[in-house]
Design a protein around this ligand. Structure first.
Ligand SMILES: [Zn+2]
Ligand SMILES: [Zn+2]
Length: 378
């Protein structure tokens, strides 16, 4: 690997060239005589780990922008791919640049880009939708039947520069910092779940206090939930849950979750948000919900789960809903207005700001649950 200095110099030369040549439709890849390189975190092999290496510059397409990454966040999906568990092995297609959560400054625009310009701070939707399938035609873009995932099916954003199609870019309000903007995706998931029904005046139980669960706690309190219970198996994350405003935190390793919640809420919880993906949490989520209550499922169990369908679901008349991703772009719009209006503060969940060179430490922290959101910069 060449030195950082040389890499920076090469990138500079590249950007100057882009600015000088004002890209033609073929992009810099075709118009330049020389090949330039970027530093990127690449999932290269179908095994645990990743490698920080030089990669060839991306080729700018006419409906894309090229953006310099200011901050990028690690997501649970990235951890699965880094660790290479069964779920990742069935989904990921190495070699690919990892990552999908970012804030980046537009440095050049393709010929057909109409609404973005140099200097805009953008983030990007992870679900790259086709725009033509049945679900896209019904405006369910997040459920596109031909969806591709940034950082999984295509190169992602753990790189010095990222290519983003205009239709998946989200222009951030200038008042929102790149660190916060890079962590909007988990907030979006939380917004989609919390506001998929009423929470005002309701008792809420949240299973899983990763970044999405932590955001959900603050959103529920902000929206006037009467009580918020947070369940996790990490002391570190339960402490964060208290900081986000949870009224009571429950350690699932040492406490009988169902009886503890039942003693506070004898009729059951009005709303239950399952954000952990742990099979036992899904079972407990159905049990602690009140009759005719709402159970919203976001966490993805990696295997089949056994639940008592008769007693815990049908006879209770539960409203169970699955949530995948964010509504494009109404969820982004709501999340960004909540950020701008300071109803939610993502700085509270960003526990680590590390350099990309420290990626191994970052992934270890994520795997051990000793962090909230980790933001990486170059
Ligand atoms: Zn993510
Ligand atoms: Zn589609």
């Amino acid at each position: 690997m060449i030195s950082t200095f040389v890499i920076e110099k090469r990138c500079l030369v590249w950007i100057e060239q882009i600015e000088d040549k004002s890209l033609k439709s073929g992009g810099i890849g075709e118009s330049s005589l020389e090949t330039y390189f970027l530093l990127a975190l690449v999932k290269e092999k179908r095994a645990r780990g990743a490698i920080l290496k030089e990669v060839k510059e991306p080729e700018l397409a006419s409906n894309h922008v090229l953006a310099k990454v200011r901050a990028t966040s690690i997501c649970g999906t990235d951890v699965h791919i880094y660790e290479w568990n069964n779920w990742a092995a069935s989904l990921a297609k190495p070699p690919k640049i990892m990552g999908h959560e970012f804030a980046a400054e537009v440095v050049d625009v393709g010929d057909n880009v109409a609404h973005l310009k140099k200097g805009d701070l953008i983030s990007g939707e992870t679900h790259i939708y086709c725009g033509y399938c049945h679900q896209c035609r019904l405006a369910n873009f997040h459920l596109c039947q031909n969806v591709k995932l940034r950082g999984v099916d295509m190169d992602g954003c753990f790189a010095e520069y990222v290519l983003v199609s205009e239709n998946t870019a989200w222009k951030n309000d200038p008042s929102i910092s790149p660190f916060v903007a890079s962590a909007q995706e988990p907030l979006g998931n939380a917004v989609h779940c919390v506001f998929a029904g009423d929470v005002t005046g309701n008792s809420v139980v949240i299973f899983g206090c990763g970044p999405i669960g932590l955001c959900a706690i603050e959103l529920c309190k902000s929206a006037g939930a009467s009580e918020v219970f947070a369940v996790d198996v990490s002391e570190y994350r339960l402490d964060l849950a208290l900081k986000m405003g949870a009224d009571q935190v429950i350690d699932g390793r040492t406490t009988d979750v169902v009886s503890t919640i039942s003693s506070s809420l004898p009729d059951g919880a009005d709303v239950v948000l399952e954000m952990s993906g742990a099979p036992i949490a899904l079972d407990q989520a159905l049990k602690v919900a009140r009759r005719a209550g709402r159970v919203t499922l976001l966490g993805l169990p990696s295997d089949r789960v056994t639940i008592d369908v008769s007693n815990d679901l049908i006879l209770k008349g539960l409203n169970v809903q699955g949530i995948f991703g964010r509504k494009i772009f109404s969820t982004w719009d709501l999340a960004s207005r909540l950020l701008k209006g300071r109803q939610v503060d993502l700085n509270k969940i960003i526990t680590h700001k590390l350099k990309m060179e420290e990626f191994e430490r970052a992934f270890d922290l994520m795997a051990e649950g000793r962090c909230g959101k980790i933001v990486l910069t170059f």
